[in-house]
Design a protein around this ligand. Structure first.
Ligand code: HEM
Length: 497
């Protein structure tokens, strides 16, 4: 990692950043992700050169279609990225989501989630890139319009991930996409290391490569000799201006196909609630940390998202194990606790404040991800889900998508230390109530869910079934538009390899 060495702040060139970093494309309700294997590198480069990839510039009216391109290491190599440059990518990306058993174990990808059972993305699948198409309407025409020229020679479609519009709710029926980190696009925050102040605003280097992150450091990314960028496609690295930055304005994209057993979820809750509808919804809300309409269990100021868990140290308002309390504990930061120098330094290093149930909760600022997922399959309402499965049921779930600059410290940390880990925030014997794989750890169960109660012993659900199963997944690189031009110029007489 380089350290922040710049004196002047270079404004972000929004036209160079793929649009997903700035927009969720909520109005483009139709989406399909094509998983492609490169069959002919020259044809693939020619197609990429002309592809109308959408950027992060604000446009009014917003565009009616969008296209995003993301690459696996195999795809970048197939296009001709030199090995010296490949070595600059993160080890998680290079190894792959399913590349090592220890990684699979940490991500909870064991038992039914084992990559050997995945329909795509496991070790034996050949994927070079994922083309993500979005449209307000006529998605088929938008995709067909892009499958032109060199497309058929360039690619073989290895898998197609369809999505469906569930009106802003995930398949269990809860409003999703409420809480997102806000990134410091204007680069207004003081260089970390001088002062630390908590806000939902996160350093841009947590989202994009090539900018200082929450530690004030530039995340490792591929930097090239200027001479190898023969077409002068890339920007100089901000921290090492003599080198060209293949990562700048790019990000990593995590994609996981997560099947959801909607009937299993609501029928289990119904049993535990003795068929009382209010108690059933209440249990569901305890598992998520919000009710179906998105209202948090902790009263929020003004909106549904301005709250911390400081006022609920016993977890009696929102269980410690609720999905949103695990996924973003919102504490161990300086919000409301200005503290002295030692306190600030400890917080920057991720050392938790004493006196909280925070054995594994490091400072949340270092572990934020930008979620951009899309649902798939047919919607079943929480009420209909109480009926037995019908022959017409098709799999449904979430194509979980998130962006981050450091896969290990952001996505993997959240997934492993907070969601999957049984020892979290003073809990034992349970992992995330939605995502847990319910596999035992040695002799210890992982399928409990505890709900603390005021002046009473906590209610403890046991034998919670597996509701979510991983069907595929990949770590991808979302290059800047300049980096896409660099890729298109590789090979035949273009950038030297
Ligand atoms: C099918 C799988 C999943 C479902 C059904 C689901 C559902 C939800 C719901 C209903 C919310 C509340 C809405 C909101 O606050 O925006 C939420 C929030 C969140 N989820 Fe998930 N989620 C899933 C997978 C994941 C995964 C795999 C991760 C990360 C590894 C994750 C991380 C988060 C985060 C960070 C939040 C926001 C927490 C906050 O800031 O308060 N989720 N999820």
């Amino acid at each position: 990692m380089g350290s922040a060495a710049i004196n002047r702040v270079i404004p972000v060139d929004f036209s160079d950043v793929q649009g997903l970093a700035a927009f969720g494309y909520a109005k483009l309700a139709q989406a399909r992700f094509l998983l492609l294997a490169i069959r002919d590198a020259a044809a693939a480069r020619a197609w990429i050169a002309a592809a109308p990839v959408s950027n992060s510039e604000y446009r009014n009216p917003p565009p009616a279609t969008a296209l995003q391109l993301t690459f696996t290491p195999a795809g970048l190599r197939a296009l001709g990225v030199p090995e010296a440059a490949m070595a600059g990518f993160s080890t998680e990306f290079l190894s792959g989501m399913a590349g090592e058993e220890s990684r699979s174990r940490r991500l909870g990808d064991i038992g039914n989630n084992d990559p050997r059972r995945w329909s795509w993305g496991g070790p034996k699948y050949d994927i070079s890139l994922v083309a993500m198409f979005y449209a307000k309407q006529d998605l088929d025409s938008w995709i067909a319009a892009n499958q032109n020229g060199p497309w058929s020679q360039a690619f073989e479609v290895a898998a197609t991930l369809d999505t469906s519009d569930m009106g802003g709710r995930e398949p269990f029926g809860f409003v999703d996409g409420i809480s997102q980190p806000e990134f410091d696009w204007k680069r207004e925050r003081a260089i970390p290391g001088t002062t630390v102040s908590y806000a939902n605003k996160v350093a841009l280097g947590e989202l994009l490569l090539g900018y200082p992150d929450e530690y004030g450091k530039y995340t490792d990314r591929p930097l090239l000799d200027a001479a190898s960028d023969t077409e002068n496609d890339l920007s100089p690295a901000e921290d090492q201006p003599s080198r060209k930055d293949l990562g700048r304005n790019g990000s990593y994209l995590v994609l996981r196909q997560l099947d959801q057993d909607v009937r299993g979820f609501w029928q289990y809750l119904n049993r535990e609630a003795s068929a009382d509808p209010d108690a059933r919804y209440r249990l569901g809300a305890c598992m998520v940390g919000r009710n179906l309409d998105g209202e948090p269990l902790i009263p929020a100021q003004n909106d549904n998202n301005t709250f911390t868990y400081d006022a609920d140290p016993e977890g009696t308002q929102c269980p410690f194990g609720a999905h949103i309390r695990r996924a973003n504990p919102r504490n161990a930061d300086l919000f409301g606790h200005p503290g002295g120098l030692i306190h600030q330094t400890a917080s920057r290093l991720g050392i938790p404040r004493p006196g909280l149930h925070d054995d594994l909760i490091a400072s949340t600022r270092f572990h934020r991800v930008l979620r951009r997922g899309r649902e798939y399959g047919a919607k079943v309402s929480p009420e209909d889900a109480l009926q037995p499965a019908s022959a017409g049921d098709s799999p449904c779930g979430l194509h979980f998508v998130c962006l981050c600059a450091n896969i290990g410290r952001q996505f993997e940390f959240v997934q492993n230390a907070w969601l999957m880990r049984t020892k979290f925030n003073g809990l034992t014997g349970e992992s995330d109530p939605l995502l847990g794989n319910r596999q035992t750890e040695g002799d210890s169960p992982t399928d409990d869910f505890s709900i603390p109660r005021e002046n009473r012993v906590a209610r403890r659900l046991r034998g919670v079934p597996q509701f979510i199963t991983v069907r595929g997944g990949a770590y991808l690189f979302l290059p800047s538009l300049r980096a896409l031009r660099y890729l298109a110029h590789l090979g035949n007489g273009g950038n030297s390899r």
